[in-house]
Design a protein. Structure first.
Length: 102
């Protein structure tokens, strides 16, 4: 089972806290190798395909793609493999944000 984490600045002092903007994410992830932006996430199952509209920064990890989703001023990521944890921590540090489970 995957754990979902939120990269957020909401835990910081109110005077310093600001939402993580989509433009900030686009600029940040554009400079990171192995990341691409997608406006639709498509998940294919054995019997169906589901498309989710949003702002996704897809990380290529071996043969797997890991979505980092920008949503309402935060970035969400599900930890499906242990290798995702260091990248999540790097992204949070670079964006000067905290990591919260859920």
């Amino acid at each position: 089972m995957n754990q979902r984490f939120r990269i957020t600045r909401s835990m910081q002092d109110a005077a310093e806290a600001q939402a993580i903007s989509l433009d900030e994410c686009k600029e940040y992830f554009a400079g990171k190798p192995d990341f691409t932006y997608e406006a639709v996430l498509t998940v294919k199952g054995p019997e169906s395909t589901m498309s989710i509209k949003g702002d996704f920064f897809m990380w290529e990890l071996g043969g797997m793609r890991v979505p980092f989703r920008h949503y309402m001023g935060d970035v969400y990521v599900a930890i499906s493999q242990e290798e995702v944890v260091p990248m999540m921590m790097e992204v949070a540090a670079d964006l000067r944000a905290d990591i919260v489970e859920g």
